[in-house]
Design a protein around this ligand. Structure first.
Ligand code: DGL
Length: 257
């Protein structure tokens, strides 16, 4: 790996752009290549074998683009594939993202914590271990948000159908939770819309922790680019439809909380 390489970042689609924003803020001198597998989104409702195969292909693609490190900007792909990928690419720094249960349980008000994530993320061991490790003082309420990531992929985030979907998914918890963990990287793009449904409670996501972890791995491997160099962001996608990359750029400029 050379420090001149880029940082390859992937997700099932636009969601990982919420993580990318934190990565760029933390490491503005790096070159980032983002790959959104929008042609295969959503991952969270596929089988684990499918997500593992897609994740492997995404890593290979980003290595071909010159990646010196990989960020799996997807809770689902991290839960399914991170450990296997680290075994298969022992010399490649690989950073994943996980539901931010730790900061949520350490916050002053933490009795009832709603965790919004994909069905796979909530089913797998990684989430159960996190809940066991950090959740002993809290009631953790997992909500598999079927259909939400796929809907966010289409943009138009203030449309009534998206509000109705959020109302169906989490409306019953209005006034009943102390915080919300956004355990899917698509969801920070609708944080404001989720607050419209749930009320004004603190939100937690894994983007900041992921950015810090990437910095420490690049530092440890002597892979940080010099601070007098300008960084860059390049978007790539598997969905070859007109306007798709413009949509990615639009998401990059959206607020995430
Ligand atoms: N953004 C992804 C995550 O963090 C996956 C969403 C999906 O494709 O289902 O889980």
């Amino acid at each position: 790996m050379s420090r001149e390489g880029c940082v390859g970042v992937f997700d099932s689609g636009v969601g990982g752009i919420s993580v990318l924003k934190s990565l760029v803020a933390e490491l503005p001198h790096e070159d980032f290549v983002f790959f959104g597998d929008s042609a295969n989104a959503p991952y969270g409702e596929k089988t684990e074998d499918e997500v593992l195969e897609l994740s492997r292909a995404n890593v290979e693609r980003l290595l071909a683009d010159g990646a010196k490190a990989i960020v799996i900007a997807c809770n689902t792909a991290t839960s399914v594939a991170a450990a296997t990928l680290r075994r298969e690419y022992p010399d490649l720094p690989i950073v994943g993202v996980e539901p931010a249960l730790k900061p949520a349980t350490l916050a002053p008000k933490h009795d009832n914590i709603l965790v919004m994530a994909t069905p796979i993320t909530l089913k797998l061991d990684k989430f159960h271990k996190l809940a066991e490790e950090w959740g002993s003082d809290s009631t953790i309420i997992p909500v598999p948000c079927v259909g939400l990531a796929a809907r966010i992929e289409h943009g138009n985030l203030d449309a009534p159908d998206l509000h109705d979907l959020l109302e169906r998914l989490v409306g019953q918890y209005r006034g009943k939770v102390d915080s919300v963990v956004l355990g899917c990287t698509h969801y920070p793009f609708v944080a404001r819309q989720i607050r419209d449904v749930l009320g004004d409670v603190p939100f937690f996501d894994g983007a900041h922790g992921t950015a810090k972890r990437l910095r420490s791995l690049l530092e440890a491997g002597d892979l940080l680019k010099p601070e007098d160099e300008d960084g860059s962001v390049t978007f790539t996608t598997s969905l070859h439809e007109p306007g798709e990359l413009d949509l990615y750029d639009w998401f990059f400029h959206q607020p995430t909380d």
